[in-house]
Design a protein around this ligand. Sequence first.
Ligand SMILES: Cc1cc2nc3c(=O)[nH]c(=O)nc-3n(C[C@H](O)[C@H](O)[C@H](O)COP(=O)(O)OP(=O)(O)OC[C@H]3O[C@@H](n4cnc5c(N)ncnc54)[C@H](O)[C@@H]3O)c2cc1C
Length: 464
Amino acid sequence: MPNSEPGLDFVRAPPSVDNQAGTSAPLCTPAYRIQPGLAAAIALKKSGHNVVVLEKDSGLGGSSGEPDGCARVAANGSKILLDWDLEAMALANATFLPSFWLYKYGPEEAPGSNVLGLHNYEDSLFKEAQMEGRHMVFRHRSLLRILYEKLQPQDNTKAGGDADCGPHVSVLFGAEVVNVDCAACAVTLRSGEVHTADAIIGADGERGIVRRVLMDEENAGPDSATGLALYSAIVPKALVVQNGIADMFEDGNLSSIWAGPNRGNRNGVMEGEAEDVNICLYTPDSSQDGTWKDETEMTITDVLGSCDARIRQLAGLAGPATCVQIKKPYELESWVSSSGRVLALGQAAHPFAPAAFHCYSAALEDGAFIGRIFSHTRDHARVPEFFHAFQEHREPRCARMNGADNVYIQLMTMPDGVMQEGRDAGLRANHAAGRSVLDGDLQDVQDEFIFVCVEVAAASIRSN
Ligand SMILES: Cc1cc2nc3c(=O)[nH]c(=O)nc-3n(C[C@H](O)[C@H](O)[C@H](O)COP(=O)(O)OP(=O)(O)OC[C@H]3O[C@@H](n4cnc5c(N)ncnc54)[C@H](O)[C@@H]3O)c2cc1C
């Protein structure tokens, strides 16, 4: 909406590039961190505000030696990418997820004995919700690159704006925040540099400083362990082909989920340069408290347990794996600091389990939403009011998405027993009747997808 009135400064530039905070200067946010940080930066820039994104990594998505990830963007998130004119880039870098096969995780006792059924994300679901988005799967770094390129100055010029006079976004790499001063609305970098702003958005993840600062304000206890960890790795498609298991991912069979006991596994093709395969395993066998960037102490084959021979073969071909513990996170009462000037967003505000279906789409929604809210003001005094409005609107929705994701993980990793027998019988009955495998008993989980589509479609209509 380029506007001749200056906006606000969100995590603001260093003092040498003074943004006249306290006057009617652009609202500037230090939106530090990447995915929702970049998404929020895109949306705030559209709303006419200046943003400085501070990222501790030296380059986009970390160094090339670090493991890459798999970004599954549910339809509500991909709709936002389309709204931001990123369709061509998204189509060139993602694969669609129209359906998935569901299997029992254990060894196959007879041909086909593991099959539980096929789930289709029906076209009608998207059509009813007037959604153009589809579930899409990217490489983590590809998604970051798409968002980052959207922020480059030529986009401003293309949109008819003036690259020199319009709202300005800069992304500073190697800029690790070591302190957040909520009262002064300032952050200090490891280099000693201090950035002040009209507002600070902390999109620095569930282990980041902003969440910690807000937890300290609430005297919160730590997140608690659940005993499950998520292993993630990428298998080069060439190896899948060479080893004769490409049929696992052919004929539209791009993704499969393998359920319990006590483990869950999801495999799927990621489009992009190589169409490689991502393997994700929920396992009770590792207590390593790792991150998305650290290589694992044990290999993925060490923590597979008893499984189908094809899964073991696939896992044996995987590149470096990461291991992230699944925790029951402390739920922040307030996503906003008591000063009203610092907001947590993305995983920092509402941590999803690793590899949950809505991690990325919720982060994209957060970014789009913060931009929409701040399109209504250029008044510095209203930052606390708008930050609180953000939480008020986003918290219930994120809680519903998070709840649906947790149900999926519980269903996937359910131990053998009476409940699991009921689950399998219901799924198999759906499949035998030609229905999608998650229909019926699991309608609540399905409904969440429908709700997601409807609500975002409505929001997009309102914003037009
Ligand atoms: C390398 C990587 C790979 C991932 N792969 C997957 C995957 O395969 N599947 C999946 O479901 N999710 C993955 N994720 C998580 C996924 O990105 C998030 O769940 C989602 O995008 C929302 O993330 P977030 O930005 O809120 O937090 P995060 O993704 O945790 O990002 C936090 C960011 O903040 C930066 N940061 C942290 N502290 C500071 C600081 N003090 N100063 C400056 N910058 C800081 C970090 O470098 C990082 O870029 C991955 C994350 C990363 C970083």
